[in-house]
Design a protein around this ligand. Structure first.
Ligand code: FE2
Length: 306
C-alpha cells in the first residue's frame, strides 16, 4: 500500500488512491489498482509501477482512459520516451505513439497490422533495446462473445533459471547477431508480412547488432536469456549448424507454458512490460474484426553480459 499526494497540475493537492499490486496466478504478471491515468500520476505511483515491473515483469492497469499525451507522459514517468524506429504507422501528430491495427482507411492500414507474430522483445535489433513497452487497448476484437487477439508473455529469467547447467555453461559469455532485416525476411517467408516495406532511411537506421546471449537485468541483476525467434540470426564464433541447433533448443525452451502469462484484452487496458525480463507474442485469430491499440516505448541501456 502506498498513499501519496498528487503532484498533478490538473488536480493539485488532491489525495491519491492507494496503489495495490495484485499478482496473477501465472509465474509473471500483476494487476495494478489505484491509479487512474486521466486523473494524473504521482512520482510515488510511478515508483510503485517501476517496482512492480521489477518484481512481476508485466503489469496491467484496467479501465483506463489514456489520451496519446497521457500515454507519452506515463512512458516518460517510468522511463525515457523514445521516438519510433519504424515511423510509418505513428499516430498523426504523435511521432512517439505507434498505432497497432488491422483497420484500413482508403485501402491503407491505419496502423501496423502484423506486429508480434514471432516471439520477441521490442528493439532487440537495436544497440539500445527498449526498456519498457506500453500498449493501450482501444478496440478489442470479439467473436461470439469470445475475446480475440490475446498477447502472450514469457519470462526469460525464469526460463534461464530452468536451463540445464550444461546449457547455461555453453551459452555463458556468448554473443548473438540480431537483425531487423532478417526478421522481415523471415516474416515474409512465413507469409506473415503485411506492412509496408522499409524506406532506405529506416534500413540505414537498423544495421545488424551483436548482443550477449545472456544479459544482466539492469535493475534486478538476474540473468536473462536474450535470443528470440524474431531477431536472432546466429551465435557468434560457432559453426552455423551448431548455432542453429542451440538457438532452436533455447527458443523451444522459451516457449514453455510454465514461463508464461497470457493477457486477454479488455478495452481500456494499459499493459506495460519489461523487455529485458520478458518476450511477447501476438495472436492473430481475429482476421478482419477491427483491433486498434496505441504503443509507446522507452529507451533501455546497452545490454551487459551476465
Ligand atoms: Fe512487440
Amino acid at each position: 500500500m502506498n498513499r501519496a499526494t498528487r503532484n498533478d497540475p490538473l488536480n493539485p493537492g488532491t489525495e491519491a488512491l492507494p496503489v495495490q499490486v495484485v499478482p496473477f496466478d501465472s509465474v509473471i504478471g500483476a494487476e495494478i489498482r489505484g491509479i487512474a491515468i486521466d486523473q494524473g500520476v504521482t512520482p510515488a505511483q510511478y515508483g510503485a509501477v517501476r517496482a512492480a515491473l521489477d518484481r512481476h515483469s508485466v503489469v496491467v492497469l484496467r479501465g483506463q482512459t489514456v489520451t496519446p499525451e497521457r500515454q507519452k507522459a506515463f512512458a516518460q514517468g517510468i522511463g525515457t520516451l523514445r521516438p519510433l524506429v519504424y515511423s510509418r504507422y505513428s499516430l498523426p501528430g504523435s511521432p512517439e505513439v505507434m498505432v497497432v491495427s488491422n483497420i484500413r482507411r482508403d485501402g491503407e492500414f491505419i496502423g501496423i497490422p502484423d506486429a508480434g507474430s514471432l516471439w520477441h522483445s521490442d528493439g532487440a535489433y537495436l544497440a539500445h533495446p527498449d526498456m519498457y513497452s506500453l500498449l493501450y487497448g482501444i478496440e478489442i476484437p470479439e467473436r461470439d462473445g469470445q475475446v480475440l487477439g490475446d498477447t502472450l508473455f514469457t519470462s526469460v529469467w525464469k526460463a534461464h533459471d530452468a536451463l540445464p547447467p550444461e546449457v547455461r555453461e555453453r551459452i555463458r559469455g556468448r554473443y548473438c547477431v540480431n537483425s531487423f532485416a532478417w526478421h522481415l525476411e523471415k516474416k515474409a517467408a512465413l507469409g506473415d508480412l503485411r506492412r509496408a516495406p522499409l524506406t532506405p532511411e529506416q534500413k540505414a537506421a537498423t544495421p545488424d547488432v551483436t548482443h550477449p546471449v545472456v544479459r544482466r537485468h539492469p535493475h534486478t541483476g538476474v540473468p536473462c536469456l536474450f535470443v528470440s525467434e524474431a531477431h536472432s540470426v546466429e551465435i557468434v564464433g560457432m559453426p552455423r549448424a551448431e548455432s542453429d541447433a542451440l538457438l532452436a533448443q533455447l527458443l523451444a525452451h522459451l516457449k514453455a507454458p510454465r514461463f508464461q502469462y497470457r493477457h486477454r484484452w479488455r478495452p481500456g487496458d494499459l499493459v506495460i512490460w519489461d523487455n529485458c525480463a520478458v518476450q511477447h507474442l501476438a495472436t492473430f485469430d481475429y482476421g478482419e474484426i477491427p483491433r486498434r491499440m496505441h504503443r509507446t516505448g522507452s529507451f533501455g541501456p546497452a545490454p551487459v553480459p551476465y
